[in-house]
Design a protein around this ligand. Structure first.
Ligand code: UDP
Length: 321
């Protein structure tokens, strides 16, 4: 049995990770500041002996007594709408937060896995994106609080690894979706499902020809854990390589929900990447990982979850349910 700290453990990906780690019999400490995380995601775990909740912000100093074997650092806002509203806390959770965690990892001789992002590639000039691609990022743009702080987090961990032999791992997560996405978080899958279920217009930004590649959350959790158990530092891309245009996604969601929603076209947000698709050869060959859940199946499960959310109309609130 391992003792594992998950930061952002009450969030979308973090809470699914806590579920699996607890189920496997590990002792899990979930740290969250509840900026976007929600107790609803972890309330079923609070009764378990091998789960502990620590309400804390990774930006602020902390120390945890006793042994820690592994740390997964997922604490950060991840929706472009969210992080552009709160750019400083976003930048700091990936910089100061990562610094606090690597210091803890060194003290405890723990392995630290940092969840970086496909946004590290910015507006990519290489397609699909391999880990060897350095990216094309606007360092002062509206997304820089997120993409540059993730890039800095990677650089910081490589510095600690090279100079102090810190045991670190870096993954670059591509667009991930599934149950527990906040309906009001502003990202494309949550917006489209919420709009489709309420027959509101589906908001397509730009002409909808921009692409993304969507990975179901269970596949992502498996990838994160395989990376943690591996001997690799990374970075490794984790994502589903099947690429869709945003218009294709909108049509699929409309069909799956049987919605009467119309499509409306809105201005493309600033610095919005025109394409994104992971090259996952490394994760495939070295970790033996590949996604298994098709978009339609994953969307069906996500739609079912959105249907049971009691206050789906109150989606502008951060804590929408
Ligand atoms: N998007 C859209 N309509 C929406 C929300 C997003 O067309 O209601 C587009 C957005 O412009 C981007 C893509 O969907 O091109 C994915 O956006 P998201 O915010 O989910 O995440 P990103 O991949 O940009 O980080």
């Amino acid at each position: 049995m391992k003792k594992i700290l998950v930061t952002g453990g009450a969030g979308f990906i973090g809470s699914h990770l806590c579920d699996t780690l607890v189920e496997k019999g590990n002792k899990v400490m979930c740290m969250d500041n509840f900026a976007t995380g929600h107790t609803y995601h972890i309330s079923h775990l609070l009764k378990k002996k091998n789960f502990k909740l620590i309400k804390h912000d990774v930006i602020k100093h902390f120390f945890i007594r006793g042994r820690i074997d592994q740390i997964y650092h997922l604490a950060s806002r991840a929706s472009p709408v969210d992080y552009q509203k709160f750019p400083t806390s976003t930048a700091l959770s990936n910089s100061i937060g990562t610094y606090n965690l690597v210091k803890l990892a060194l003290k405890k001789k723990a392995t630290l896995l940092f969840t970086s992002t496909s946004e590290a590639y910015g507006e990519p000039k290489e397609h699909p994106q391999k880990e060897s691609y350095w990216g094309n990022v606007n360092p002062v743009g509206v997304r820089s609080c997120y993409d540059e702080s993730k890039r800095f987090g990677e650089a910081l961990l490589m510095a600690f690894h090279r100079e102090m032999n810190a045991d670190v791992k870096i993954v670059r997560i591509f667009n991930t979706y599934g149950p527990r996405l906040r309906p009001g978080d502003g990202r494309v899958v949550s917006n489209f499902i919420r709009q489709a279920l309420t027959d509101e217009p589906i908001t397509i930004y730009g002409d909808g020809k921009q692409t993304r590649s969507f990975c179901y959350v269970n596949d992502m959790i498996r990838g994160l854990m395989m990376m943690m158990e591996s001997n690799y530092v990374g970075p490794k891309n984790l994502g589903n390589p099947r690429e869709y245009t945003i218009l294709e996604l909108a049509k699929t969601i409309k069909k799956l929900t049987g919605s009467k929603s119309k499509f409306i076209f809105k201005k493309m947000p600033e610095d919005d990447p025109t394409k994104r698709q992971p090259d996952i050869s490394k994760a495939r060959e070295l970790l033996g990982w590949k996604p298994e859940i098709e978009l339609k199946d994953g969307l069906k499960r996500t739609i079912e979850w959105f249907k049971i959310l009691p206050l789906i109309k109150n989606h502008n609130n951060n804590h929408d349910y």
